[in-house]
Design a protein around this ligand. Sequence first.
Ligand SMILES: [Zn+2]
Length: 137
Amino acid sequence: MRARIHRGSKEIGGSCIESEESGQRILLDLGLPLSAESNTPRFLPAVSGLDGNDPSLHGILISHPHLDHYGLLAHVSPKVKIGLGKTARRVLRAASDFVPVEWPLPNVGWDYCSRNSFDVGPFHVTPYLVDHSAYDA
Ligand SMILES: [Zn+2]
């Protein structure tokens, strides 16, 4: 497995890590940089498949519902599957009528439950609930 950190290693926020195994890929987070003055596609990292046209990208797994970890989902094709904590997804859906229109509502995909493993292509994923200021992180 190889990992490529697109953003977030030298700054807080804007996190995006691409993992690849045997030509199959997933993203871990697709965050909006904290320094961004607006949410525009120009902040997207150079990752093939965000337009939904590269089947080697299996999806995007979001760590928690803070914009610096999921904000750029606003510019991803609805064809790209998104993983998120089951309760976090419900919170975002319930809040969607009360937040700015540029805040994304994640596509369907995987709904995590802490310690319940699942497979995404060649990746075996086990989420763990952590203490953080975002619910269901
Ligand atoms: Zn956070």
